[in-house]
Design a protein around this ligand. Structure first.
Ligand SMILES: [Zn+2]
Length: 107
């Protein structure tokens, strides 16, 4: 058993994770779940990093949030500034909501 994975490999420093998130979002649009699966970091942790990234990304770069949308009535959560998926549509009470997606654009 000389080739066991070292536990520390599964917990990269949060600074590294943050950099990886920003690098991913500069190339494509992703949801918190996409990021969680790609980077193998808990979704909850991703959300914390996104919040931090939204404050640390500076012009000419900016974090774009594509709002969550209700699958039934297409209600769009434009005013929502949170990074989590809303649980229920305020208009039709439907619970099928697509999560918000994120990307970083450079002006
Ligand atoms: Zn709805």
């Amino acid at each position: 058993m000389s080739h066991r994975d070292r536990p520390s490999r599964s917990r990269p420093a949060s600074e590294t994770v943050r950099r990886q998130i920003i690098a991913e979002l500069e190339t494509r649009t992703m949801t918190a779940r996409d990021l969680s699966q790609t980077l193998r970091v808990a979704e909850k942790e991703i959300l914390g990093h996104l919040e931090h990234a939204s404050k640390s990304v500076r012009p000419p770069k900016r974090l774009i949030i594509e709002p969550a949308v209700c699958h039934r009535c297409r209600f769009t959560f434009h005013d929502r500034r949170k990074f989590t998926r809303p649980s229920r549509c305020p208009q039709c009470r439907h619970e099928g909501i697509s999560p918000p997606a994120f990307r970083i654009e450079t002006d």
